[in-house]
Design a protein around this ligand. Structure first.
Ligand SMILES: [Zn+2]
Length: 271
């Protein structure tokens, strides 16, 4: 199979039965784009409810708390989420010419990032690189029809390890942040990452853990670096697995910030 197969299904009910992320509530619309990355089925599932409002994106399939919090948000406020479903794992793992490949789905938004991402787990094959480029374009198109006003992503992390303190001087992500604001009352694992100074300043006033990504952050193929290069406001609300209430609170604070600072960017997605 040389190319990613793109088959668009309009039969949302098929997926209601096996939807990975409850709660599914009455009136929630489901629109799935079904792809294959070689032998790996990937479903890009868009859940929408009532007015458009904010559109969220979840790109790691083993990170469910953010998806559940987004469901709760759109249940009361309207909106949508695109959830990438490929077997509840973090990484894409697939066979090409009987060879196993693996990469992080958040490393496919630049060619150099795709190569580095594949080499982390094995080697980078030219054809596989091309397929991942096509896949990232399909995800971006599904999110915004090639005209993104912003990106609002949802991630979850484990207790300990990565957290807001990872960006402090002397820690592993020191070079990735221009500015940091830490609320020491909050869990270190619960944070918001933005690529935009106005959003950062607004969220700092809200006294939440917030990181302003550095313009010189290394290109790891992540969507945040892609957004910065393209000058598209980007928000990642990232909390520890299971911190549902905090996840919802940070989504609400970030949404308010985005709507206040960029009403012109979001009005297209509003009534
Ligand atoms: Zn993630």
């Amino acid at each position: 199979m040389k190319y990613i197969l793109l088959i668009l299904f309009c039969f949302g009910f098929i997926f209601t039965a096996k939807a990975q992320h409850p709660p599914i509530f009455e009136g929630l619309q489901i629109d799935s784009t079904n792809l294959f990355l070689q032998d790996l089925p990937i479903n890009l599932v868009k859940y929408s409810y009532r007015e458009p409002n904010i559109n969220f994106l979840s790109i790691h399939d083993n990170e469910d708390t953010g998806v559940k919090a987004a469901f709760e948000f759109i249940r009361y406020s309207g909106g949508s989420i695109i959830d990438c479903q490929y077997g509840s794992a973090r990484n894409f793992q697939f066979l090409y010419n009987e060879e196993e490949f693996q990469t992080d789905p958040n490393s496919i938004y630049s060619k150099s990032g795709i190569i580095k991402g594949l080499e982390k787990y094995g080697r980078a094959d030219v054809e596989v690189v091309k397929q991942l480029e096509e896949l990232s374009n399909t995800i971006l198109k599904k999110y915004s029809e090639n005209n993104p006003a912003y990106f609002f992503t949802l991630h979850n992390n484990a207790d300990g390890g990565f957290g807001i303190s990872s960006y402090l001087k002397g820690y592993e992500l020191e070079g990735y942040a221009d500015s940091l604001h830490i609320n020491f009352q909050m869990d270190n694992d619960d944070l918001i990452l933005v690529t935009d100074l106005a959003l950062f300043n607004h969220l700092k006033i809200e006294n939440v853990n917030v990181v302003l990504q550095s313009i010189s952050a290394p290109d790891d193929g992540s969507l945040s670096v892609y957004s910065m290069k393209k000058n598209i406001p980007y928000i990642n609300v990232e909390v520890q697995h299971g911190h549902f209430d905090e996840n919802l609170r940070l989504i609400e604070i970030s949404t308010k910030a985005l709507l206040q600072i960029y009403p012109e960017l979001t009005q297209a997605s509003l009534r």
